[in-house]
Design a protein around this ligand. Structure first.
Ligand code: NAD
Length: 504
């Protein structure tokens, strides 16, 4: 698999093309901090060209008008090709992001599933409503694609998150302009190659690489883009909402998190331990639903922390390409600095910092040691802000009421995890947490049919299942008269109003 990786170009109107400016930016390997390749830098001109192609394909192309069966044949072909290239996709993803290969393999498989799932959903679940109204009317609803969909994605699970948006957007008949994260362009480029090979009509799918403030912002501002589906930081989401206001776009916001995991003393402690460790250290801690705040009932605090320390010491830190690696390097040196800075802040705030050792030979990479911030207080910066690395704040609690209050005392509301063998308490606590999603006695496992998303500063709207249809389609109602209903007869007979009678 290893070998020189070519430079990355945009994919516009069915062709791989250099950006109008001719500028390129460097793409860096997080394991070595050496340059992998260069990426063409998109600006407004490139976004304009991609949107023009997507609009032409939407307005005049066959994509939205072809039979569902035919469109789904393309969608299923994309799924087949993702499976065919799964090994290459996971290799590129690990090379680009530092995510361990054992984890990117699962993401590639999941990406193929995203296309299969939406092919099936469009056929079976895109159903409207019909009302027979007093024998006078038939009212029915239909779902129509919105138009050109702008999709903006982050670097933490790029291929999975891109396909999670691209699959429902295309399956419902929209055309797409994807702006992937600048730190992880490789698998977005592979997706363009796959879609090209699948033979989709020109302009249906386009990719423009580049930076958020230029390429991303131009996509958001473009008047012919009808919706923006965004996954990324809360502050970026808020900026995008403001910038999309002038052109009244539909937006879907999947944003940051600082999710609590609560372990009661009556829980299955070994299982809770597995879930807590996996939930914060998988994906190198760069997971939006990571359980980055651990609340332990006081009576098990010491024993649980001892077990956590043991696990942290045993975690395999290493080369993302090694199948045994559990934690790899963070995406970029800049992000590494941010996360390391949070560990310093934790010390200044008085937390006890417990970190694994990063072997000397790995130090050229962006490795942050798996870290526990012990005896935190909920008001500390490190217990309130999203760190987005392998770092977990740990806090004791005494009562159910207290832990619910602490869990909710944060601006985010993405996920929550509750561990208890008291079934009533499990439901009660999960329902009391202000989060879009909660798991009882489980780590984050998801079925594609259910909604995904957050509340508070973690997002607006839901994606997944039929919720994606609400976003990627417009519902239109058709009112048909089937009876002989009366219609007001304005202007048929000249009426004299009281005022004109007086004047007369
Ligand atoms: P980011 O917000 O920095 O960037 C995300 C994307 O937005 C990139 O493609 C970037 O180029 C683009 N962008 C930046 N500024 C823009 C602007 N002004 N206009 C348009 N586009 C712009 O996020 P990131 O650092 O890439 O990703 C990490 C964040 O993503 C974390 O906060 C994480 O929690 C969040 N995330 C959320 C979910 C979820 O489903 N809720 C999933 C994964 C990641």
């Amino acid at each position: 698999m290893a070998g020189k990786i070519g430079n990355v170009l945009h994919y516009i109107n069915g062709e791989f093309v250099e950006g109008a400016s001719g500028n390129y930016f460097e793409n860096v390997n997080p394991f070595t901090n050496e340059i992998i390749n260069e990426v063409t830098e998109g600006w407004k001109e490139d976004i304009d060209a991609a949107v023009r192609a997507a609009k032409e394909a939407f307005d005049n192309g066959p994509w939205r008008t072809m039979s569902v069966q035919e469109r789904m044949t393309y969608i299923l072909r994309i799924a087949d090709l993702i499976e065919k290239y799964a090994e290459e996709i996971s290799y590129l993803e690990s090379l680009d992001t530092g995510l361990p290969i054992s984890q990117t393999k699962k993401q590639a498989a999941r990406a193929a599933e995203n296309f299969r799932f939406y092919a099936e959903m469009v056929k079976s679940r895109m159903v409207g409503e019909a009302y027979h109204v007093d024998g006078q009317f038939l009212n029915y609803t239909i779902y129509k694609p919105v138009g050109v969909a702008g999709l903006i994605t982050p670097w933490n699970a790029p291929f999975m998150l891109e396909t999670w948006k691209v699959a429902p957007a295309l399956a419902t008949g929209n055309t797409v302009v994807l702006k992937p994260a600048e730190w992880s362009p490789l698998t977005a480029n592979k997706l363009a190659e796959i879609i090209h090979e699948a033979g989709l009509p020109q302009g249906v799918f386009n990719v423009v690489h580049g930076f958020g403030e230029t390429a991303g912002a131009s996509l958001v501002a473009h008047p012919d883009v009808r919706l923006i589906s965004f996954t990324g930081e809360t502050t970026t989401g808020s900026e995008i909402i403001k910038n999309s206001a002038d052109t009244l776009k539909k937006t879907s916001m999947e944003l940051g998190g600082k999710s609590p995991v609560i372990v009661f003393a009556d829980a299955d402690v070994e299982k809770a331990l597995d879930a807590v460790v996996w939930g914060i250290f998988s994906f190198n801690g760069e997971r939006c639903t990571a359980n980055s705040r651990l609340f332990l009932e006081k009576s098990i605090y010491d024993s649980f922390v001892e077990k956590l320390k043991e696990r942290v010491n045993n975690i395999s830190i290493g080369d993302p390409m090694d199948p045994a690696t559990e934690v790899g390097p963070l995406i970029h040196r800049k992000h590494w600095e941010t996360v390391m800075n949070y560990i310093e802040i934790a010390k200044q705030e008085g937390a006890e910092v417990y970190s694994a050792d990063v072997p000397e030979e790995l130090k050229k990479g962006n490795f942050v040691p798996p870290t526990l911030l012990l005896n935190c207080h909920n008001s500390m910066k490190v217990a309130q802000e999203e760190i987005f690395g392998p770092v977990m704040a740990v806090m004791p609690f005494e009562t159910e009421e207290e832990v619910i209050r602490m869990a909710n005392d944060v601006k985010y509301g993405l996920a929550a995890y509750v561990w208890t063998n008291d079934i009533k308490r499990g439901h009660r606590v999960a329902q009391s947490i202000e989060s879009g999603m909660a798991w009882v006695n489980s780590q984050n496992v998801r079925d594609l049919r259910i909604p995904f998303g957050g509340t508070k500063y973690s997002g607006i709207g839901r994606e997944g299942g039929h919720y994606s249809f609400d976003f990627y389609t417009e519902v239109q109602v058709i009112h048909v008269s089937i009876g002989d209903h009366s219609i007001p007869k304005f202007g048929k007979i000249k009426q004299h109003s009281a005022a004109s009678a007086q004047r007369g």
